[in-house]
Design a protein around this ligand. Structure first.
Ligand code: ADP
Length: 374
């Protein structure tokens, strides 16, 4: 049977999945390796096959996304030897201004994507490292780039631009927005389950390791909280979300922090982890009795609620809020807290609140099938 392989490699996780080429909504199996370098874990699942798991000790096993691909792909392939991989769909976080949709990857596309790495230093190099490994291993398959930024293309100038001198906008310094594959997958499910909401004014809250909000009107992204990089907007596991740029100037001039140190602070040491001093994981914070854990969660819920209210302002109204991703799907405490803060907007009465699981891999498969004409 002909199949599509999807690859989604991040800084700490690689997710792979197989879909039937002729029916790209049909998932044939999947797997992941998480926690690179700190006791990685491999998991494989497929209907009709026993789950397979492997745990490495701390300091052993894959330490990055490319090493994870080399550990995971042979194991997955061995379980699905009947499949012929005709296309590989890659999640690529940043497509820049050039890519308004998925595309086949050639040398020129790859060179352009490499140039965008500084804009998403946690994700883009990992995405591209997996891509190069997969191209070597599957040279005959068509490789397709599916972008997180593409979903947000075509928004109004005032939601895309920064109020900087105009030439910066022309040179690409603008709000791109991310998590587009997740938003597209949630929207597709909403169209089936709640077509009324899918065509209304809604906010999708993608609350996972990375977090962002997207305001949609009639199924189109009109505003989103992430901007030029994946740092802006609401707080996240280890990223602060919006921050007064004056703080960064102060850290550079008075505290002698250089760009590398600030990058580390903003991508890896802030957010829920920084505020709590305990963990980036909402499960740990919910289980903790430390006051800093509660404060970090309160901060998170407050900023998300304020962000949703701002999105309602962009939309000129709000019919519903849809929660998705690790925190959005699993933490009823967080959802409840945010909705209470939005009671004044009609949450709990007029405003619909729902949970829809994200399926980035499924979205990559559908886009890949389209590009390859499967
Ligand atoms: P990503 O795919 O970006 O790595 P996820 O969407 O899987 O992230 O979200 C990961 C986060 O989801 C975890 O860090 C954790 O905070 C949160 N999470 C997962 N399960 C639960 C749960 N049962 N309760 C609360 N939070 C959860």
């Amino acid at each position: 049977m002909k199949a599509i392989l999807t690859l989604n490699g991040g800084s700490a996780t690689l997710k792979v999945a197989l879909f039937e080429a002729a029916a790209p909504h049909r998932r044939l199996g999947d797997g992941m390796i998480e926690r690179f370098g700190v006791g990685p874990r491999l998991r494989l699942r497929a209907p009709g096959l026993a789950d397979r798991a492997q745990d490495w000790a701390k300091g052993e096993g894959p330490t990055d996304a490319q090493a994870a691909f080399h550990a995971l792909w042979p194991a997955l392939k061995a379980r699905h030897s009947e499949l012929e991989i005709v296309s590989v769909g890659h999640r690529i976080v940043h497509g820049g201004a050039d890519h308004a949709g998925p595309c086949l990857i050639d040398e020129a596309v790859l060179t352009g994507l490499k140039r965008l790495s500084p804009l998403a230093p946690l994700h883009q190099p990992a995405n591209l490292a997996v891509l190069e490994a997969a191209q070597q291993d599957l040279p005959k398959a068509g490789h397709v780039a599916c972008f997180d930024t593409a979903f947000h293309q075509g928004r109004a100038f005032e939601t895309e631009a920064f109020a900087l001198p105009r030439h910066f906008y022309e040179e690409g310094v603008r709000r791109y927005g991310f998590h587009g594959l997740s938003y597209a997958s949630v929207l597709e499910r909403l169209r089936h389950e709640r077509p009324d909401l899918a065509m209304g004014k809604i906010v999708i809250a993608h609350l996972g390791s990375g977090c962002s909000l997207c305001a949609l009107d009639q199924g189109r992204s009109v505003a989103t909280t992430m901007g030029f990089s994946a740092l802006d907007g609401i707080p996240m596991g280890t990223r602060p979300g919006a921050i007064d740029p004056g703080v960064l100037l102060y850290l550079m001039t008075d505290r002698g922090m250089d760009a590398k140190a600030i990058e580390d602070l903003l991508y890896r040491r802030s957010g829920l982890l920084g505020l709590s001093g305990l963990s980036a994981d909402v499960r740990d914070l919910e289980a903790s009795d430390q006051p800093q854990a509660k404060q970090a969660l309160d901060y998170f819920c407050s900023r998300v609620a304020v962000g949703i209210a701002a999105m309602a302002g962009e939309l000129g109204g709000l019919d519903g809020v849809i929660f998705t991703a690790g925190i959005g799907e699993n933490s009823s405490h967080i959802r409840h807290d945010i909705s209470q803060r939005l009671a004044w907007l009609g949450a709990g009465s007029r405003l619909a609140l729902c949970v829809i699981p994200t399926d980035e891999e499924g979205q990559i498969a559908v886009q890949t099938a389209e590009v390859c004409g499967l």
